[in-house]
Write a protein that binds this ligand. Structure first.
Ligand code: ATR
Length: 275
């Protein structure tokens, strides 16, 4: 039996087991995907001995995404550029660390809004780990200008220095005006999450062809997406990104490239609704 896991701390909330075990079942594979709660003290040992523990690979989540970069025999270019790894597997017995967040982000966008305007500026809100994956993905598509706005401006400046001149930093207070002439708005902040603070932004300046992408997926329909829909704009939810980022890891561990289906989307959405 092939075993894979999600490594985090805490990890109880993770929906990855639901996704991967659904696919294992669907494709009648002899495998299992489990949660591994691993603290800071033991994370290096744990990842270093993943193979000895009987795993063919796994996912890494908060707060350990930077750890594989120091341990892996090879770090894939995406993981290096984003500064975090979320997927581990073995090649010739060697540990490889990759990042599938940028892939999940862009694949879901292409699927939901195939004609999204990569030739227009984009606005990205936030400068945390998720923002790094989004910047990487958009720059790979040659988006000419990314307006990056974050409550703590210095964090945005740091990202702009790293990712190059296409990333233009603006003040968090100017976020509604920054939408003028843009083809895409992406929220990577935690604003709008269930039980948290709201994201206050006026979408009036967004052109009518623009798409609005919220990577927050609890709740599934955030106030941002509702406001975008009310304005007649195309919207992209964060759950699809979560589902798509799981595909490359599963394919490496179990040898089958799984489909992100409406049935899987419904299964995970129901789980989110249950809380
Ligand atoms: P992730 O890895 O998911 O991106 P993170 O690194 O904790 O998570 O980043 C959270 C983002 O949400 C940050 O951009 C954060 O802004 P700061 O860099 O100023 O902390 C943003 N964020 C969280 N709470 C916010 C709030 N009340 N107002 C504005 N931005 C907020």
């Amino acid at each position: 039996m092939k075993r894979a896991c999600i490594i985090g701390y805490p990890v109880a909330h993770s929906r990855s087991p639901l996704i991967h075990n659904y696919w294992i079942d669907k494709y009648s594979l002899n495998g299992i995907y489990v949660k591994e709660s691993v603290s800071h003290e033991t994370i290096v040992d744990f990842i270093s001995s993943l193979r000895e523990k009987g795993y063919v690979g796994g996912n890494v989540t908060i707060p350990h995404k930077h750890v594989p970069l120091q341990i892996a025999a090879r770090v894939e270019p995406e993981a290096q550029a984003i500064g975090a790894a979320n997927t581990l597997w073995f090649e010739d017995g060697q540990l490889i660390a990759g990042n599938t967040d940028a892939y999940g982000f862009i694949t879901h966008l292409d699927e939901q809004v195939p004609d999204w305007r990569a030739d227009l500026p984009a606005v990205v809100l936030g400068a945390g780990g998720a923002a790094r994956a989004v910047l990487y993905a958009l720059l790979r598509r040659s988006v000419p200008e990314i307006r990056l706005l974050n409550r703590t401006r210095e964090k945005a400046e740091r990202l702009a220095n790293e990712f190059g001149p296409a990333v233009q930093v603006a003040d968090w207070q100017t976020r509604s005006g920054a939408l003028a002439g843009c083809g895409l708005l992406v929220n990577t902040t935690s604003l709008g999450m269930a039980g948290g603070q709201a994201l206050e932004i006026d979408l009036a300046a967004l052109p009518s062809a623009a798409a609005v992408y919220d990577i927050v997926y609890v709740p599934l329909q955030t106030a941002l997406l509702e406001a975008a829909r009310a304005r007649g704009l195309r919207t992209v939810d964060g759950l699809g990104m979560l589902l798509h980022q799981a595909v490359p890891g599963f394919a490496r561990w179990f040898g089958v490239r799984p489909q992100v289906t409406a049935e899987l989307h419904h299964l995970v959405a129901q789980d989110i609704l249950r809380g």
